[in-house]
Design a protein around this ligand. Structure first.
Ligand SMILES: [Zn+2]
Length: 55
């Protein structure tokens, strides 16, 4: 999946991510920039909360 690293200011493609559910019941994907290690987030949209952890 493609993420945007705010530290590198570039898009990063990685399959090493996991999904979480935010407190507002939004699914998001979390990954780590392979270059600088900064956390990258991507909102997936609203769906039914699954077995995930909250931010
Ligand atoms: Zn980065």
């Amino acid at each position: 999946m493609e993420f945007y690293c705010v530290s590198c200011k570039q898009k990063r493609e990685t399959n090493d991510y996991y999904e979480i559910t935010t407190k507002r019941n939004r699914r998001a994907a979390v990954a780590k920039c392979p270059i600088c290690g900064t956390g990258m987030y991507r909102i997936m949209g609203r769906t039914t909360p699954a077995k995930t952890t909250e931010i």
